[in-house]
Design a protein around this ligand. Structure first.
Ligand code: TEU
Length: 546
């Protein structure tokens, strides 16, 4: 694996990007139509969320056929055209591989249910006295009755997402073949869904801590399986880019997953920085974000991964998170400043930055008025759980509207026409309230889009950004997240004010005499002290630039 550290990835949620048929669901031809837009932004790679046949209980993460296209999204010919047109524009595609589980409608599960012992060995099926106390990530027990056999199958996610048994070599062969199928279609990367959960122990044990997670997360055998996957598929082409989605993981494990000497993956997503507004560690709560916790997490992951030769995938928003802009910024007063600061805080850092569709135009959460606008299974389940816990419908709705995954899944806002120009039909999920002003048509020449373009260009032109080391700076600040990048005799100080009020910092002599590389405010003077304006980001060269 030789990762190109200059690359920037853009995540497309196909269901919500662009609908060309009026069905209300985005499609592959919609992505083809918008490729020039992505080329203008300057990104190198597009990660596509699953578009395979699926009953859509979990929006495509419940796959019923791994090597075909869901007709709602188009055809294999459309996909091939997409890949070819992307190549012409220098854009590669990274596909989502959901290899921990498959839909219970997949023929493997159906054959297992029908009694075929070969396929029963594809799943994790246990007698009643062997099942554990683990909880499903979508609520309730992680075990469900396996037909009328009296046995139970494991589902760490929805009851229709049955965990596959990677201990079975035949299962591994099937899944490696899936990756190779898409590799042969000319894709340039893979994103592996919850890939640190694939390695289950032979004997499963109860684990009352954290709903059972320690018993099935980051097990040592997980690394063996990734090495096998690497050797049998993408590892044969060192140009392919791979990222693993790591659930509840550790720095130590992510170094192992991503250090090139290990031959596992190129980089890892972790989610710790997106739990800093969880009260007592619980997602379905409302709390202001804890800045010191966020700062310290970024520092420990930034420095820890650098020290161990690992590589982070850097992101703020994805299809599983509410939009970071709404979450971390006073958007009523400082939307553009906040959006650009958040962007710089990851794009100038060490790792590969990911842009989630709409971040480049400063999209916000939809601000729905009623629970019936939400469709995600996780939101619906947890709304009920909150009511069962005694919350009023208003309280439960307030929590869902802050935390729902649907917040990021609303239609991409292209223009100010009905449904944000996403569809001529009825969208599967309602557009956000702000689309009449916040849309591509309005924002493309605005400050957020152009700032993203500049950040993407900087990574391509300055090895210091792509390859420099990461050092924590101003570690005591309760308002500014700051880090230093160094490469040879070059250094860059990046200061990010996370609040809507000014803050003063002392600058070392190196940076007083430095030069501003990029900022979201004009005319900043470098002196002994520097005043950062609301949500200001500024990157300062410690050396003179030619
Ligand atoms: O997400 C894994 C995961 O851990 C999240 O589901 C997380 O627990 C949840 O979203 C918290 O809000 C991946 C996919 O990204 C997600 O969309 C799928 O639902 C999930 O796997 C199952 O495949």
């Amino acid at each position: 694996m030789t990762l190109d550290t200059k690359k920037v990835v853009y995540q497309i949620y196909p269901k919500s990007f662009k609908d060309t048929t009026g069905s209300g669901v985005g499609d592959l031809r919609g992505i083809i139509e918008k490729l020039p837009y992505l080329a203008e932004l300057g990104i190198d790679m597009v990660w596509l969320n699953p578009f395979y046949p699926s009953p859509q209980r979990d929006n495509g993460y419940d796959i019923s056929d791994y090597t075909a296209i869901n007709p709602d999204f188009g055809t294999m010919a459309d996909f091939e055209e997409l890949v070819a047109k992307g190549k012409e524009l220098g854009i590669g595609f990274m596909l989502d591989m959901v290899l921990n589980h498959c839909s219970t409608e997949h023929e493997w599960f159906q054959k297992a249910l029908a009694g075929d012992p070969v396929y029963q060995d594809y799943f994790i099926i246990r007698d009643e006295d062997e099942i554990t106390d683990w909880q499903s990530k979508f609520g309730g027990s992680a075990w469900a009755p396996f037909g009328d056999t009296g046995k139970y199958y494991l589902h760490l996610f929805d009851v229709t997402q049955a965990d596959l048994d990677w201990r079975n070599p035949r299962v591994r062969e099937e899944l490696f073949a899936v990756v190779n199928f898409w590799k042969e279609k000319g894709v340039e990367g893979f994103r592996f869904d919850v890939i640190n959960l694939i390695g289950k122990e032979e004997v499963l044990v109860n684990c009352p801590i954290n709903e059972g997670k320690p018993a099935y997360t980051d097990r040592p055998i997980n690394h063996d399986y990734l090495q096998m996957l690497n050797a049998a598929s993408f590892g044969q082409n060192p140009k392919l880019m791979t990222v693993g989605e790591m659930s509840a993981t550790t720095i130590e494990n992510c170094i192992l997953y991503t250090n090139p000497d290990r031959h596992e993956l190129d980089m890892a997503f972790n989610f710790h920085h997106l739990k800093v507004d969880y009260k007592d560690g619980q997602k379905w709560t409302i709390m202001d974000f804890d800045f010191p916790a966020l700062r310290d997490l970024f520092h420990s992951w930034g420095e820890g991964m650098a020290a161990g030769g690992g590589w982070n995938a850097l992101f703020w928003t994805c299809h599983d998170q509410p939009r970071a802009l709404t979450r971390f910024v006073d958007t009523e007063h400082f939307r553009a400043q906040g959006a650009t600061m958040l962007a710089a805080s990851i794009h100038l850092s060490r790792g590969t930055p990911y842009i989630y569709q709409g971040e480049e135009i400063g999209m916000l959460d939809p601000d729905y008025d009623t629970m019936s606008d939400y469709v995600d299974i996780e939101s619906l389940n947890n709304y009920q759980i909150l009511l069962d816990q005694g919350k009023s419908p208003e309280e439960a709705f307030a929590i869902i509207s802050t935390k729902s995954r649907d917040n990021a899944r609303t239609p991409m806002q292209w223009d100010d026409t009905t449904h944000a120009g996403f569809t001529t039909g009825t969208p599967w999920l309602k557009a956000g309230k702000t689309y009449e002003t916040i849309n591509v048509k309005n924002e493309k020449n605005g400050p957020i889009f152009s700032f993203y373009q500049e950040l993407i260009k900087l990574r391509k032109t300055l090895p210091l950004i792509a390859d420099g080391d990461y050092k924590a700076a101003y570690t005591d600040s309760d308002q500014v997240y700051a880090f230093e990048r160094t490469l040879g005799d070059q250094s860059l100080l990046v200061l990010n004010n996370f609040y809507g009020n000014e803050v003063t910092l002392d600058l070392s002599t190196t940076y007083q005499a430095g030069q501003v590389l990029i900022s979201n405010y004009a005319d900043t003077t470098l002196a002994e002290t520097i005043i950062l304006k609301p949500y200001q980001t500024i990157a300062i060269w410690g050396n003179k630039v030619d």
